[in-house]
Design a protein around this ligand. Structure first.
Ligand code: SF4
Ligand code: SF4
Length: 192
């Protein structure tokens, strides 16, 4: 927990234990461990596509969470379905399609399809980390402190990545630096 001290923030464990984050989540009574689970259904119509449950509607900040993977482009997406694509920075080819999607059983959902990559599971796993951040960030600032370019900002309930600052280092989505891309993954797993 040294990072919390170094950035002058309260210890994240204390923060979680006091339940302050729950108030921000609307006090809906969902258990902490349940809330951070990444819930998805495999798409039956498209290969390498998963439909993820969101706990709120998609806003601009949702798309910004995909900057670690490459260039985020609305222009190249199919406008009719509100698609946004992510282009690989080296080869400029689409690697992720983000599609707002209505899935029965989920209040809000999004379809994430991966393409032109060797390892689809790896990319889907990291995309899932970002969806968890969107759904359940507790503002402990661990991932923000990992980002050396200051690209991550968490203001109110708005978790956002600045596309002009992100250098796609993927530290914030890598298990090597942060298990599950979020401090809460390990913390809540040990509390179960
Ligand atoms: S997404 Fe980042 S700031 Fe939010 S709880 Fe997880 S590690 Fe902390
Ligand atoms: S750590 Fe910062 S610079 Fe690196 S991918 Fe994440 S947001 Fe981008």
């Amino acid at each position: 927990m040294n990072f919390a001290v170094s950035i002058g923030k309260p210890d994240p464990e204390v923060y979680i234990d006091t339940g302050k984050w729950k108030a921000r989540q609307g006090g809906n009574g969902v258990s902490a461990a349940e809330d951070i689970k990444i819930k998805y259904t495999n798409c039956t119509a498209e290969d390498n596509a998963k439909i993820y449950q969101l706990n709120k509607p998609i806003t601009e900040s949702f798309f910004s969470l995909f900057y670690p993977f490459g260039k985020v482009s609305k222009e190249l997406g199919r406008k009719l379905i509100g698609e946004v694509v992510v282009l690989d920075v080296k080869h400029n080819v689409p690697i992720i399609s983000i599609q707002p999607f209505k899935q029965e059983g989920y209040d809000y959902s999004v379809k994430i399809k991966t393409m032109n990559v060797a390892n689809h599971d790896d990319l889907q796993r990291m995309a899932g980390y970002q969806i968890r951040k969107y759904n359940a960030c507790r503002k402990c600032l661990k991932c923000e402190s990992l980002c050396k370019t200051g690209a991550i900002s968490i203001i109110g309930d708005n978790y956002k990545i600045d596309g002009n600052k992100c250098v796609h280092c993927k530290k914030c989505v890598s298990s090597k630096y942060l298990d599950g891309g979020c401090m809460m993954t390990g913390y809540l797993a040990t509390k179960e």
